[in-house]
Write a protein that binds this ligand. Sequence first.
Ligand SMILES: [Ca+2]
Length: 248
Amino acid sequence: MRLVFLAIATLTSFVCAQTQTKQASKPLVLSGTVNLVAATNGGTIVKFTSQLDEESWSVRNLIDGTVWDGRLPQTGTNGWASKDAKFPQEIVFAFRNREIRLINKVVLDPTIPDPTFIGRATRDFEIWVTTDHDPDKATWKLVLIGTLRNEKRRQEFFFIPSEARFVKLRILSNHGSDRYVALGEFEVYEATHGIAVLDQLIARLEQLLVDLKRYRDLLAEQGLRAVTEGSEKGQTEESENQRSESQN
Ligand SMILES: [Ca+2]
């Protein structure tokens, strides 16, 4: 029965997700939990248009798995900043061993030490992908056009699952600063096999239906037996009455 409840709960969450999805005009997507471009997961930066310096605002800070936290004790790193406020700024990322992965989600965290009113954080951006081997000669495909809120928090963006060997973050604007554009962290996530998950759910529900039908049949059989036994008993009593009446 635990499996049954699990299946129903899962189905309910799927339906809810779909309902919420419709309200928010977002597609129902399932993504992995491993950030494919994190340096600790083998992610690399293949090329970039500029960085403010090599120490504090290096492009490497985009995939170091941390953002600035000014609360004591101060932790994290500044993030990346461009050399100036020229656009677009482009950064190309690769996964471990430059493998092709099916991706459908990016997370951008504009958390940087600068206060938000200065307007240095990334605002409008695009995500481009390619499966070609050479990022310099590649044919790129646009998969997402996004806008970041000027808030110091992780912001998720989903798109149609797309194969990628390289992911290009193309930054089109900041929130008003004429000095540079900055970003705390960039993450990419794999599209999980939603169809396989649904197949498992359907198999469970089919088994649930089989069990329910079996249970229904069992109840029907028991009920029929009770009715049959009752009617047989009734018929016997009736015929006995008829017999005694005829004897009288
Ligand atoms: Ca970072």
